[in-house]
Design a protein around this ligand. Structure first.
Ligand SMILES: Cc1cc2nc3c(=O)[nH]c(=O)nc-3n(C[C@H](O)[C@H](O)[C@H](O)COP(=O)(O)OP(=O)(O)OC[C@H]3O[C@@H](n4cnc5c(N)ncnc54)[C@H](O)[C@@H]3O)c2cc1C
Length: 370
C-alpha cells in the first residue's frame, strides 16, 4: 500500500510523518500497526475502542467512503435492538447495554449536541398482542411499561403497546464527532478502496474488517446481501414522541431538527435512488399513525443498504495466510438493521479480539524441561 491516493490526517505534516513511519516497522518493539477498514459507525467506534484499550499501537482507518456518504449516515439511529440468529440473547443484550450506557453518558454531557445523541420517549404499538409482551431489552431502556388504555385511544387500529424512553444517535453528527476523537488521538485516516484484505500485508500487522456490505467482497462472504431502506425527513416540530409500529416497518422518530418517517425493508435490492411511489406510501402509513403529519413540510428522501448477514454479526478472528506469511484479521460486520443499537458493544468485543492478537505472538514460547 502506498499513500498515493487521497488521504487526510488530523495534524498535517506531523501525522504524515507518522503515516510514513507506520509503513516501515522492522524493530520488534515498534508499535503494532493496525488497519481498520471501514468508516461507518462500526469502523469508527471500533477504532476508538482499540485506541483506548490497546497500548503501543498505531491505527489507520482506511475507507472508500466517509460521513456523510455511508449507510450509517442514513440510519434512523434509534436504539432498539434487532435479534441476530447466531448471537445468544445474553450476548446481544450485553452489546445493547454497553451501547446504551455509552450513549446515555454522552446524552447526559455537554457533548450531547455535538455528538447528535439525545433521549427520546414514545410508543411502540401492536395490532395484535405480541408473543413476547416484554422484550429482552426492556430493562436496558428507561421506564419501560405497557401502554395504558388512555394512551392506546390515540391508536384505534392497535390493541397493545410499549411505552419507554430510549436514545437516538444521529450519525451525521455522531460520525464526525467520532472522527474528531480519532484524529485527536493521532489515528490516521486514509481514503482508499481496498480490493483484497491481503493488500494490507505487510504494511500492517493486524487488519480489522468493518466494511459492512463491502465484506461480500473483502471477506468473500457471499451470504451478505443488502436490505434496502428508504426514509423521509420532514419538518414537524410539534412531534416530540416517537411512534413505531410493532413490525418496525412504519416509524416516526423525532430528532434534533427533523422528524424521520420510515420505512422499507427490501431484500436484495441494490438501488440507491429514492422511489417516489415508496415515499408516498411511507408518508401515508405514517399519517395513519399520526394524522397531524399531514401538516408537515417535506424535507428530503434518503436511501441506504443495510449490511445483512443471515446469521447476524460476524465477530471473529481469521488468520489469512499466503506461503509462510500470515495476517490476522478481526471481522466485525453484518449488523443488518440494528448496527447503531449495538455498535459500541461490538466495538468493545472487536477491540478485545485485537488485544488477543497483539498478545499472541508476544507470549514467550515455554521452555522445554528436557
Ligand atoms: C433506512 C435505514 C434505517 C436504519 N435505522 C436504524 C436504526 O434506527 N437503528 C439501528 O440500530 N440501525 C439502523 N439501521 C442499520 C444501520 O444503519 C447499520 O446496521 C449500520 O449503519 C452498519 O454500520 P457499518 O459501519 O457496519 O456499515 P456502513 O455504514 O455501511 O460502513 C461500511 C464502511 O466500509 C467501507 N467499505 C466498504 N467496502 C470497502 C472497501 N472495499 N474498501 C474500503 N472501504 C470499504 C464503506 O465505505 C463504509 O465506510 C438503519 C439502516 C437503514 C438503511
Amino acid at each position: 500500500i502506498r499513500p498515493t491516493t487521497h488521504w487526510e490526517t488530523s495534524v498535517g505534516a506531523r501525522a504524515f510523518s507518522g503515516f510514513q513511519d507506520c509503513f516501515f516497522r522492522d524493530r520488534p518493539m515498534d508499535p503494532v500497526r493496525i488497519a481498520v477498514v471501514g468508516a461507518g459507525v462500526v469502523g469508527l467506534s471500533t477504532a476508538v475502542c482499540i485506541s483506548k484499550s490497546v497500548p503501543r499501537c498505531s491505527i489507520t482507518v482506511i475507507s472508500d467512503k466517509f460521513t456523510p456518504e455511508t449507510t450509517s449516515d442514513v440510519a434512523a439511529g434509534m436504539l432498539i435492538p434487532h435479534v441476530y440468529p447466531d448471537t445468544p440473547i445474553p450476548t446481544l443484550k450485553r452489546w445493547f447495554r454497553e451501547t446504551f450506557d455509552h450513549l446515555f453518558a454522552i446524552a447526559s454531557s455537554a457533548d450531547a449536541e455535538d455528538a447528535g445523541v439525545h433521549l427520546v420517549s414514545g410508543w411502540q404499538v401492536f395490532r395484535s398482542i405480541p408473543t413476547e409482551e416484554v422484550p429482552f431489552w426492556a430493562d436496558v431502556v428507561l421506564g419501560f411499561r405497557k401502554m395504558t388504555e388512555a394512551e392506546l385511544k390515540k391508536f384505534p387500529q392497535h390493541v397493545f403497546g410499549h411505552a419507554f424512553t430510549t436514545l437516538k444517535c444521529e450519525s451525521p453528527a455522531y460520525l464526525p464527532w467520532l472522527e474528531k476523537r480519532l484524529k485527536r488521538n493521532g489515528v490516521l485516516i486514509l481514503t482508499r478502496r481496498i480490493a483484497d484484505l491481503w493488500e494490507l500485508h505487510p504494511s500492517f500487522d493486524i487488519v480489522v474488517n468493518c466494511s459492512g456490505l463491502g465484506s461480500r467482497q473483502l471477506a468473500r462472504d457471499s451470504e451478505m446481501f443488502p436490505v434496502r431502506g428508504q426514509l423521509l425527513t420532514v419538518k414537524a416540530p410539534w412531534v416530540k414522541h416517537f411512534i413505531r409500529d410493532g413490525s418496525g416497518l412504519t416509524y416516526i422518530y423525532p430528532g434534533t431538527s427533523d422528524v424521520i418517517l420510515g420505512g422499507t425493508r427490501q431484500e436484495g435490492d441494490w438501488d440507491l435512488s429514492p422511489d417516489a411511489e415508496i415515499s408516498r406510501d411511507i408518508f401515508s402509513r405514517c399519517c395513519a399513525l399520526e394524522p397531524s403529519l399531514h401538516g408537515a413540510s417535506y424535507v428530503r428522501e434518503k436511501v441506504g443498504l443495510r449490511p445483512f448477514r443471515p446469521a447476524g454479526v460476524r465477530l471473529q478472528v481469521e488468520l489469512l495466510a499466503q506461503d509462510s506469511q500470515k495476517l490476522p484479521v478481526v471481522h466485525n460486520y453484518g449488523h443488518g438493521s440494528g448496527g447503531i443499537s449495538v455498535h459500541w458493544g461490538t466495538a468493545l468485543e472487536a477491540a478485545r479480539l485485537v488485544s488477543e492478537c497483539v498478545q499472541a505472538p508476544r507470549t514467550p514460547t515455554p521452555k522445554s524441561n528436557l
